[in-house]
Design a protein around this ligand. Structure first.
Ligand SMILES: CCCCCCCC/C=C\C=C\CC(=O)SCCNC(=O)CCNC(=O)[C@H](O)C(C)(C)COP(=O)(O)OP(=O)(O)OC[C@H]1O[C@@H](n2cnc3c(N)ncnc32)[C@H](O)[C@@H]1OP(=O)(O)O
Length: 731
């Protein structure tokens, strides 16, 4: 709804639709009604539009998209038109955020004033759509084509100050000011002034002459940054119309673009992703606890054990979250290097204006290097981030148990190992949990938190809350080898090596993944993170070919298929980008170049094993990489390791750079259709057999297909759990 009042001849229309004042159908109706009322009231000389509560409207109601209600009039465009055509000056009074349709109605107003700490932007592209209420045509007219392309095709949020410097915001109200009072004064002063040039649809695009070169520049950038995504390209094409066509024609091009995007599977996937991101914070452990009833502990001081790559990144996350951060590294050289890195990073953030001088000195003061375990006696929570070895981790947990306060939570940054086994060496298993950060920890958005069998509700709530304070997409999962992400991902990597054995080369596989939308292929990623990492993990598990007793078949471990190609690569000193050679070679740049030496290694291997290489189609490549991962995703759901499919999808989007416009592996499977996915898995299972158990069709997937075909992704868990809980279910 909206509220209406008249103060000192100024009509004030305040959108009142908590929490974010989204422009839902009932709000649009009420806005238009009050606009008409203000227009016809002779005592009213000007009109202020604002938001009640937290913010100015943040856009269309995203829940309405893909539903018939979004088409019900009045549309946001009707409101924008009414504001612009008004004979009385209209003023948008912005506090909080003016985003999407919210900024579009502000663009319909003749003037815009904003609180200094407010943010403006057109982020629709992140939802796979475009600004559909004239934003693609008005914004370039006021901030220029180049800026508008940047704002709309990337969907960033911008400060009111930046908006003012570009002519979008007419006045910035300093902190502490009352936006409503300022707007009323501004509105009074605007009465009687000409509105002609204030109507943005009347003016022309200032840098229209540069349209072709700007198009080329931005198209090149978005194709690189958002590979495979439709929305940024359509946004640019539609913005181009603002430079070449009349306002009305441009609006028609915007309408067509919106239809195209709304009809695409990408917009559905991205809107799903928007809600999934928010949904994961509403965690629950069925029958035990959930985000509503568990109370997090207050965490003032955190300890980080180990100052390698992971430890450094984690320490930066803790400092950014305002924690006193004790970093324990007993090797003096490693400690000096680690602390230097962290302080250097703080300085970089300061120089980039991501933090101010005061925040930078607070972070530097909060960083406390220690060189023995006693130094951790005051921390509320400690995260160990040492090498992935159960033996070493258990020793560390025993030491932490002795020195840390009884109330302290002991967490491990393990990426694969059993949390309960670590908890078993302490007297406080209820205080033990996993906090799996992804490298580089201070950059990657994902935190995969692992609840142990005995982790208490308070412990779970605390690690979830800490993730939120670090501004990470924080997902709660259960305990098993590799948890959710690495457990599923293992099959993606395994299949990629099998594909090499059978006929593909690294670039061929990577190209298929790039076409799918990944920023990098599996082998490029391997080189970037270092082929030594995987090798050391396999060695820890006794899997590398050098560890096998004489006579062990090269392509088997126990009764399972195994590809030793990754081991051979490491043993040839091809550690990846850092060694300038891995799956590819690198000649003075980070560009991967296919290397005849790798090709020969693969060819020799095939000859030795009498493998007749065959052509593997892009379709087969993609299915072999992604479907085992999906199949394992259903096992993960069946076992309750992940609570919902969107938990898995968020792990892959934010931890493994899965292309957002496909939604994630589980949503992608839903888009393809579960029956089709199962059919391929079943065919492959027949071919591969017991030595490749990752092709064994998941019980949950099979049951869903048999009984429901391709049910809505939101219903998977409900349908399956209902059936599973029945006494005769056999599931
Ligand atoms: C063929 C048919 C034709 C159809 C014609 C269509 C014509 C279209 C015309 C115009 C179209 C305009 C397009 C848009 O405007 S799309 C929306 C653009 N805006 C956004 O994308 C902003 C989305 N929101 C955010 O980014 C954040 O919420 C933010 C504003 C930055 C605040 O962040 P934070 O403080 O972290 O709060 P939360 O994100 O947790 O949000 C709190 C709850 O509010 C819900 N929410 C937020 N925004 C919306 C929204 N626009 N619509 C619906 N709901 C929204 C969010 O889900 C949270 O809900 P919950 O607490 O239940 O999780």
């Amino acid at each position: 709804m909206a509220k209406y009042s008249v103060e000192n001849e100024v009509a004030v229309i305040a959108v009142d639709n908590p929490p974010m004042n989204a422009l839902s159908h009932h709000v649009r109706k009420s806005l238009l009604k009050y606009l008409k009322e203000a227009e016809s009231d002779e005592k009213v000389t000007s009109i202020v539009l604002c938001g009640d509560g937290r913010t100015f409207p943040v856009g269309a109601d995203i829940k309405e998209f893909h539903k018939s209600v979004s088409k019900l009039g009045p549309t946001i465009l009707d409101i924008v038109d009414a504001l612009e055509k008004s004979k009385k000056p209209t003023i948008a009074a912005i506090h909080g955020n003016a985003l999407g349709g919210g900024l579009e109605i502000a663009l319909g107003c003749h003037y815009r004033i904003a609180m200094t700490n407010s943010k403006v932007g057109l982020p629709e592209v992140k939802l796979g759509i475009l600004p559909g209420a004239g934003g693609t045509q008005r914004l370039p007219r006021v901030i220029g084509l180049d800026n508008a392309m940047q704002w709309i095709a990337y969907g960033g949020h911008h400060s009111a100050g930046i908006g003012a410097s570009l002519g979008l915001i007419d006045r910035v109200v300093p902190q502490g000011g009352n936006i409503r009072e300022h707007a009323i004064l501004f509105a009074k002063a605007a009465v009687g002034k000409s509105l002609g040039q204030r109507r943005l649809s009347n003016i022309s695009v200032p840098d229209a002459a540069k349209v072709e070169s700007l198009m080329a520049k931005h198209l090149k950038e978005v194709s690189k940054k958002s590979r495979g995504a439709l929305a940024p390209i359509v946004c640019l094409q539609v913005i181009k119309s603002s430079a070449l066509l009349s306002y009305q024609e441009g609006l028609e091009s915007e309408r067509q673009g919106m239809f195209t995007l709304l009809a695409s599977s990408q917009s559905r996937a991205q809107i799903y992703s928007f809600f999934a991101e928010r949904q994961v914070s509403k965690w629950s452990v069925p029958g035990v606890t959930n985000y509503q009833n568990a109370v997090p502990m207050k965490v003032k001081a955190v300890g980080v054990v180990g100052l390698g790559t992971m430890g450094r990144g984690i320490a930066i996350c803790c400092l950014r979250a305002g924690k006193i951060t004790y970093v324990l590294e007993m090797n003096t050289k490693a400690q000096t290097a680690g602390v230097k890195y962290i302080r250097g990073y703080i300085e970089t953030m300061r120089k980039r204006k991501q933090i101010n001088d005061q925040q930078s000195s607070m972070m530097n003061n909060a960083l406390i290097p220690v060189d023995n375990y006693n130094g951790l006696k005051n921390v509320d929570l400690v995260i160990e981030a040492v090498f992935e070895s159960m033996k070493i981790k258990k020793e560390i947990f025993k030491k932490l148990e002795k020195v840390c306060k009884p109330s302290a939570i002991l967490a491990s940054n393990t990426s694969t190992l059993n949390i309960d086994e670590m908890a078993s060496v302490t007297k406080r298993p209820q205080k033990v949990a996993g906090m799996h950060f992804f490298a580089p920890a201070h950059i990657m958005m994902l935190l995969e938190n692992i609840r142990g069998e005995k982790s208490s509700p308070e412990t779970i709530a605390t690690i979830m809350d800490l993730g939120k304070q670090m501004r990470k997409t924080t997902v709660l999962v259960g305990n098993c080898h590799g948890f959710v992400g690495n457990r599923m991902f293992a099959y993606y990597t395994a299949e990629s090596s099998f594909l090499l054995e059978e006929g593909a080369y690294p670039k061929q596989v990577d190209d298929v993944l790039l076409d799918y939308g990944f920023a990098m292929g599996r082998f490029q990623v391997g080189d970037l993170s270092g082929t030594d990492i995987g090798y050391k993990i396999r060695r820890e598990r006794g899997l590398t070919h050098k560890q096998q007793p004489a006579g062990t078949p090269e392509r088997k471990r126990g009764d399972r298929r195994y590809s030793p190609l990754d081991d051979f690569l490491y043993e040839k000193g091809r550690y990846g980008l850092k060694a300038r050679k891995g799956w590819y070679k690198y000649e003075g740049s980070r560009t991967p170049i296919p290397d005849p030496e790798v090709r020969k290694m693969i060819d020799d291997f095939r000859k030795r094993h009498n493998i007749n290489p065959r052509h593997i189609s892009p379709e087969e490549t993609l299915q072999r990489m992604i479907f085992p991962l999906v199949n394992e995703g259903f096992n993960v759901l069946d076992e309750g390791i992940a609570a919902n499919p969107w938990d898995i999808d968020m792990i892959f989007q934010h931890g493994y750079a899965w292309p957002r416009h496909t939604g994630g592996p589980m949503y992608y499977a839903y888009t393809i259709g579960l029956p089709q996915v199962l059919k391929v898995i079943e065919e492959r299972w027949k071919l591969a057999g017991a030595s490749e158990p990752h092709w064994k069709p998941s019980k949950m997937l099979t049951w869903l297909v048999e009984h429901h075909g391709n049910p809505d992704i939101n219903d998977w868990i409900k349908l399956y759990k209902e059936r599973k809980s029945q006494p005769n279910s056999n599931l």
